[in-house]
Design a binder for this molecule. Sequence first.
Ligand SMILES: [Zn+2]
Length: 66
Amino acid sequence: MQLFGKKKKYYFSCSSVGMSCGFEVKGASSEAELMDILKIHAAKAHGMTTIPDSTVDAIKKNIEKK
Ligand SMILES: [Zn+2]
C-alpha cells in the first residue's frame, strides 16, 4: 500500500537569490522548516532581523523540491 508518495525534501542556496554567500539548506522537511532555518541564517550572516516580503517571494521561487 502506498501512502502519499515519496516525501520530498526542500533545498535552497543563498546564492540563488543573488547573495554572495555559500550557505545552503539541504533536505528540510517542509517549506516552513526551511524558512525557519533561513531566518536564523539571515539574522546571523546577513544582519537581516526580518526578511522583506520581496525577498521571501524570491526565496520561495528558488526553493527546490526533490
Ligand atoms: Zn546567506
